[in-house]
Design a protein around this ligand. Structure first.
Ligand code: GDP
Length: 272
C-alpha cells in the first residue's frame, strides 16, 4: 500500500513536470529557456521559478526619457501596432500639457499616413507628412524643422513598417535616425513588437536594434497573446528595456511595464 502511494506520487510529479514543460513552451518561452525554468522548478518548485523569472526581469523596465525638446523614433514590422502606439504615447504627452507633433515617415503606403492623420484628428494632434514616394529621411528632416520652429515639445516619428529581412529598408531606417541627429538628439528609439509573434520576435530585435539603435521596446497586444513568455529570453539576450505594454486597441490601453506583475501573469495561470 505504501509502495503504491509512492509510485502514484512519482507519477503525479512526472505529470506535473511534463504539463509545466508544455505550458512553458506554449507560453512562448522557447525550448531551451523552458528547460532552464524546468530545472529550477524541479529543484525549488513554484517559488523558485517565480524568483528565477523575477531575477531575470528585474532590470527590464525603464521609464520613458524626456528632454525639453524630445524626439521619439518608432520602428517595427507592419502590423506590430506602431501607429496605435504613437497615438497612445502622443495622447499621454498631450494630457501632460505638451505640444505634440506626429511625423509620418512612411511615404510608401498612403494608408499609413492616412491612419496617423485619423489619430491626429481624433486626438487633436498635428500631423506632418510628405508627398507619396518622397524620400522618407527628407520628410522627417523637414518635419523636425517644422516642429522646432513652431515650438512643439514632443515629436513622434512614424516610419514605414518593414520586414527585418529587407536590407535596403533597414538601411533607410538608419538614415532617418542620422538625419534626425543632425538637428536633435533622438530621445528614445522605440521598437514596437507584437507580443503575439512569440519567438519570431528574436529576429526582429536582432535586425532592428542596430538599424535604429533601439533604446526601448513597447510590447503590444498583450491582451490577446498566448506567448508573452518570449520576452524573457529576448530581454536576457538583448538587454533592451521595456517601456510600455499595449493592452488593447483604445488610446488609453497602455501600461508601464512592471516586472513583478508581468512575471505573475506568466506563471499564475498554471499554478492557480
Ligand atoms: P502598424 O502597422 O504597426 O502601424 O500597426 P497598427 O497600429 O495599425 O495596428 C495593427 C492592428 O493591431 C490594429 O488593428 C490595431 O488596432 C491593433 N492593435 C494595436 N495595438 C494593440 C494592442 O495593444 N492590443 C490589441 N488587441 N490590438 C492592438
Amino acid at each position: 500500500m505504501r509502495l503504491f502511494k509512492f509510485f502514484s506520487f512519482i507519477k503525479e510529479r512526472k505529470e506535473l513536470i511534463s504539463d509545466f514543460e508544455e505550458y512553458l513552451i506554449l507560453s512562448g518561452f522557447g525550448i531551451s529557456f523552458s528547460e532552464e525554468i524546468l530545472k529550477v522548478f524541479k529543484k525549488r518548485g513554484e517559488r523558485g521559478v517565480r524568483e528565477f523569472l523575477m531575477d531575470s526581469m528585474k532590470d527590464a523596465s525603464k521609464e520613458l526619457s524626456e528632454d525639453n525638446f524630445s524626439v521619439y523614433l518608432f520602428s517595427g514590422v507592419n502590423g506590430s501596432g506602431k501607429t496605435t502606439c504613437i497615438a497612445k504615447i502622443g495622447n499621454m504627452f498631450k494630457r501632460k500639457g505638451e505640444k505634440v507633433l506626429f511625423i509620418s515617415g512612411d511615404t510608401f503606403r498612403a494608408g499609413a499616413t492616412e491612419q496617423l492623420t485619423i489619430w491626429g484628428e481624433r486626438l487633436n494632434i498635428d500631423v506632418f507628412s510628405g508627398k507619396k514616394g518622397a524620400d522618407p529621411a527628407s520628410v522627417v528632416y523637414d518635419g523636425i524643422v517644422y516642429g522646432r520652429n513652431r515650438n512643439f515639445t514632443r515629436i513622434l516619428v512614424d516610419t514605414a513598417g518593414r520586414l527585418q529581412n529587407k536590407k535596403n529598408l533597414m538601411m533607410e531606417l538608419g538614415k532617418i535616425r542620422r538625419v534626425i541627429e543632425k538637428l536633435s538628439k533622438v530621445t528614445e528609439s522605440i521598437l514596437v513588437l507584437d507580443s503575439t509573434d512569440g519567438e519570431n520576435l528574436f529576429s526582429q530585435v536582432e535586425k532592428f536594434k542596430d538599424a535604429a539603435s533601439v533604446t526601448g521596446i513597447v510590447l503590444t497586444k498583450i491582451d490577446s497573446t498566448i506567448k508573452p513568455g518570449a520576452i524573457v529570453p529576448i530581454f536576457l539576450k538583448f538587454k533592451i528595456p521595456i517601456l510600455f505594454l499595449g493592452t488593447g486597441e483604445g488610446v488609453d490601453d497602455i501600461e508601464t511595464f512592471n516586472p513583478r506583475d508581468f512575471v505573475d501573469s506568466l506563471i499564475s495561470p498554471f499554478f492557480s
